[in-house]
Design a binder for this molecule. Structure first.
Ligand code: ADP
Length: 529
């Protein structure tokens, strides 16, 4: 940006047209740009794909000086700078992947005013050399991208982000714009407080993504369910499949490839070159499927991702929203599909138990998981539930799975009592605890080796659950876990009662459940494991 440029709207529009090649601003962009160009602070909450980048890029070009962008997306800085350079914008970055010579070059250009935008890794903020550098240059604004990383309540906390509070103390006259796609009330408040943005204007966009169809199905045979989805609804289309572990990423990618789908793995266990190649192939080629851990995706800007599939339960609604938000940035119909089952709940509860950090931290993680489970088990419109979570009102969308085929509810109090009293008896009478599979075997009255070994056929609840099928019991147990009426503990995910269980056993509490859809018929198509 040069000092002689005007600071009015027409200048911003001219940059939008001539530099970025767009006709008009979208949503709140114009107001945000005007506010920041005028020197105001802003906190921008806008969903993924909403167009946050222009909100700081254009003011950086219009205002005198260099726009400094703090971003945790180090792996993407080179791409971002290349893209801007291709548009004729003078951009550079400073992070740990550079040689000293490369850094010196960028710093010289920065001080000389030969840059419009400088991307900076957050860990550089706490370095005294960075402060000295800032003192020697004219700074147009500070943009704080992925601002939710400052929030401990959020799902992606970065300790280096706490140093961001010094920006305002040391350079009080430089406007700041903080941006995030995470918008729960708690995160919003924490960003404003930690970054001292109380005086800033807050711009909160709608989080509705009307072109995304949300679907959450019971997990039976996840890889086959996924293959079905890809073959029947998204043949030859680009998409992202999220798995929790590196091992399941590898296995799922191999399975898809063996079944004729062009799939690539992506996770932190792969070497840097493979990761970079797979990411850039996904961005540049048509119709590739990336199977990935959540390490993949922050800042991925590919407009025609037609589906995002989750084979494991995300840890929070924020995470789910961000991940699914990578679908359909071009506004075309897209699918957010997830398979979710009993093991997911047990596994996530277990991960929280084992997590480091204090009691308060574990309570936060638990609250995040509970909200995610409520979204999975809801009988209401998924979109309404999702937007309510972000504090926004909506009408039933008519497009998600629960709108299209409203799930029946049923009174599951008696089956719940059967499960809970089995767990209670094992604990009281035998001082034992077992996992879900064994509890179900007891209820179904199965004579397995483990049952005879422990003499569990003499329990009074043995065989009292023959009215439900195995997978129906799995649904009951999953919902009891989701509702906090049952919990898992120990190394082997054994089941235990909670304080709330007593109310059900004492008949003071009714347990409503979501009816499991019939298991989908197995397709005749050939497939390889
Ligand atoms: P976010 O950072 O909010 O996820 P981006 O800034 O990456 O979103 O923008 C998403 C996509 O929308 C990009 O491809 C961008 O070029 C495009 N875009 C943003 N603003 C506009 C606009 N006013 N007109 C047309 N396209 C836009």
């Amino acid at each position: 940006a040069s000092p002689e440029t005007g600071t009015d709207l027409s200048e911003a529009l001219r940059v939008l047209n001539t530099v970025f090649g767009y006709d008009s601003f979208r949503g709140d962009q114009q107001q945000i740009v005007e506010h920041v160009v005028g020197g105001g602070d802003a906190l921008v909450l806008m969903p993924t794909g909403g167009g946050k980048s222009l909100c700081y890029q254009i003011p950086s070009l219009v205002r005198p000086g260099v726009g400094v962008v703090v971003s945790p997306l180090i792996a993407l800085m080179q791409d971002q700078v290349d893209a801007l350079t291709a548009l004729g914008v003078r951009a550079g970055f400073l992070n740990s992947t550079q040689t000293i010579e490369q850094r010196n070059q960028v710093e010289t250009a920065f001080v000389a005013g030969d840059l419009d935008l400088l991307y900076l890794a957050p860990e550089r903020l706490s370095m005294e050399s960075t402060a000295r550098l800032f003192d020697r240059a004219e700074i147009a604004l500070f943009a704080i991208d992925e601002a939710h990383c400052v929030s401990q309540w959020g799902h992606d906390f970065r300790p280096e982000y706490l140093a961001l509070s010094t920006l305002h103390e040391r350079w009080p006259d430089v406007p700041r714009i903080a941006l995030t796609a995470t918008a729960t009330h708690a995160t919003h408040e924490e960003i404003a407080r930690r970054l001292d943005l109380g005086e800033a204007r807050h711009f909160v966009a709608s989080f509705d993504r009307p072109n995304i169809q949300y679907r959450i199905v019971p997990k039976n045979d996840p890889k086959r369910q996924l293959l079905d989805l890809l073959r029947t609804e998204h043949p030859g289309e680009a998409g992202i499949v999220y798995c929790l572990s590196k091992a399941s990423v590898d296995k799922t990618a191999e399975f898809l490839v063996a079944n004729g789908i062009s799939a690539l793995p992506y996770h932190a266990g792969l070497d840097k070159d493979t990761r970079a190649t797979n990411q850039s192939r996904f961005l540049r080629e048509d119709g590739l499927v990336v199977v990935a851990t959540i390490a993949f995706g922050m800042g991925i800007d590919k407009p025609d991702v037609r589906f995002v599939a989750h084979l494991d339960l995300p840890k929070s609604v924020e995470g789910y929203y961000q991940e699914t938000g990578r679908a359909g940035r071009d506004g075309q119909p897209s699918t957010a599909w997830m398979a979710y089952g009993l093991q997911d709940v047990a596994q996530q509860r277990r991960l929280i138990d084992m997590s480091e950090g204090d009691q308060a931290h574990r309570r936060r993680l638990s609250a995040h998981l509970d909200a995610m489970l409520a979204l999975c088990e809801t009988v209401e419109c998924r979109r309404v539930q999702l937007l309510n979570y972000f504090g926004q009102q909506a009408q039933p969308c008519g497009n998600c799975d629960t709108c299209l085929s409203p799930p029946q509810t049923w009174d599951g109090t008696i089956p719940a009592q059967k499960v809970l009293s089995t767990v209670l008896r094992l604990d009281r009478e035998r001082r034992q605890s077992f996992g879900a599979g064994h509890i179900i075997d007891i209820l179904l009255g199965k004579q397995t080796p483990k049952i005879s070994q422990h003499g569990h056929d003499s329990l009074s609840t043995f065989g009292i659950g023959e009215d439900l099928k195995d997978n129906e019991w799995r649904g009951v147990l999953r919902q009891l876990l989701a509702q906090g009426l049952l919990t898992v503990q120990g190394e082997y995910n054994t089941l235990a009662l909670t304080e709330a269980s007593a109310e059900v056993l004492g008949r003071q509490r009714q347990v409503m459940m979501r009816r499991e859809p019939e298991r989908a018929a197995r397709p005749a198509r050939s497939e390889r494991k």
